[in-house]
Design a binder for this molecule. Structure first.
Ligand code: SF4
Length: 374
């Protein structure tokens, strides 16, 4: 369990169990294998899955209770951090793994059901299993509207195979669906797939180095995805360049080992949008972490006039867009005096404010690390 995480699109991780079996080329250098080995947990069909501690299972219940009583921060390792909202369920396994005792998964679903103030992100490389592994109290999805099912694919063949399966889940009450194309191992075009318009979110990125030499990631690939997602109106989250990225023939070297620092990216790749499914809905908390060391805070609703300020006095050519849920007024502004435009728009009763400087970053990410409440 991690109350905070380095994974850019989540606030925290919770693992109900650890262990998995490789099922895709993308699994070749799975980061979880190394972590599991350090915990004495094996890998593969023959290795029993390891159920995690009661403390791990209880953590999401505690976070949900904190949201319920309006608590915005908690202490982790003697630091105050925001109470997580976006929770990556099972970052060290696959929630829809056939080898997991079904009663564990059913119990895990019950934890998820009892934590409606969290936004659960369940990734899988086993999309065909999802439907048969929904909980007994699924009830057309009514009890699990805070769950996003994310199919993980690495190339065009997996995309073509899994997107129709993923989209078909919507007819069974899965409210929010996303696609993780990370590590991306080849060009992927979403335009030829009519079902892709139904996706609520796409995450992309290159491969990190763990035990093996990472595979090549061409920046032309995310550029294409960003352009096509824009055409389809699908939010895109660029997670990282990976450890072996190329722009044409030129190798991109970054200080961050996985190329996960947006400040080291070409500006057009600095796109980190969150799932569109919650756009009209206020989360329990709103706070905002901005790039380049900037910080923004958005206070929670109740009709209060809240605002966010980039604390960094030097805007770095970014445009920051904050969107807040129904009934919440939010304002993001840059303190640096370099803003060239300020745009506002109304959306579903919410007031969105955009502080524009030069370039374009779209950021809709409640409750980020490093953010604090005003
Ligand atoms: S499915 Fe996920 S957790 Fe399982 S081996 Fe592949 S990458 Fe690792």
């Amino acid at each position: 369990m991690a109350a905070t995480t380095e994974i850019g699109w989540a606030d925290s991780t919770t693992n109900f169990w650890i262990g998995c079996t490789k099922v895709s080329d993308a699994c070749r250098d799975c980061y979880a294998i190394l972590i599991a080995a350090n915990l004495g947990v094996g890998w593969g069909d023959d290795a029993p899955r390891h159920r995690t501690s009661e403390q791990e299972w209880r953590a999401p219940l505690r976070w949900n209770a904190m949201h319920d009583r309006g608590q915005t921060h908690m202490i982790v390792n003697r630091k105050s951090v925001p109470v997580p909202v976006w929770v990556f369920g099972n970052s060290l396994s696959d929630f829809f793994d056939n080898q997991v005792p079904p009663e564990w998964r059913e119990e895990a679903w019950q934890v998820i059901r009892k934590t409606p103030l969290l936004r659960w992100l369940l990734l899988t490389k086993r999309t065909p299993n999802v439907l048969k592994m929904l909980p007994t109290d699924w009830d057309g999805g009514r009890n699990y509207r805070h769950v996003t099912i994310i199919a993980s694919v690495c190339n065009q063949a997996e995309f073509d195979r899994d997107v129709p399966r993923l989209v078909a889940l919507k007819a069974h009450g899965v409210r929010s669906i996303g696609l993780s194309i990370e590590p991306q191992l080849g060009p992927v075009s979403i335009i030829g797939c009519p079902e892709a318009r139904e996706l609520d979110w796409i995450i992309g990125g290159g491969e990190s180095a763990h035990l093996m030499t990472p595979r090549k990631y061409l920046l032309a690939w995310p550029r294409l995805l960003i352009e096509q997602c824009h055409t389809f109106g699908i939010p895109y989250f660029h997670k990282q360049l990976g450890s072996f990225a190329f722009d044409g023939e030129r190798r991109i070297r970054t200080k961050h080992p996985a190329g996960a620092d947006p400040d080291e990216w070409p500006v057009e790749l600095r796109v980190q949008e969150m799932s569109r499914i919650y756009d009209q809905e206020p989360p329990a908390l709103h706070s905002l972490h901005c790039f380049s060391g900037e910080r923004g805070d958005v206070g929670a609703g109740g009709g209060a006039a809240d605002y966010a300020v980039s604390a960094d006095g030097e805007p770095r050519g970014h445009r920051i867009e904050a969107s807040a849920g129904g009934g919440l007024n939010s304002l993001v502004k840059s303190r640096g005096g370099g803003a060239k435009q300020v745009a506002r728009q109304r959306n579903g009763g919410s007031e969105h404010a955009v502080c524009g400087i030069e370039e374009s970053i779209h950021l809709h990410r409640p409750n980020r690390r490093g953010a604090s409440f005003a």
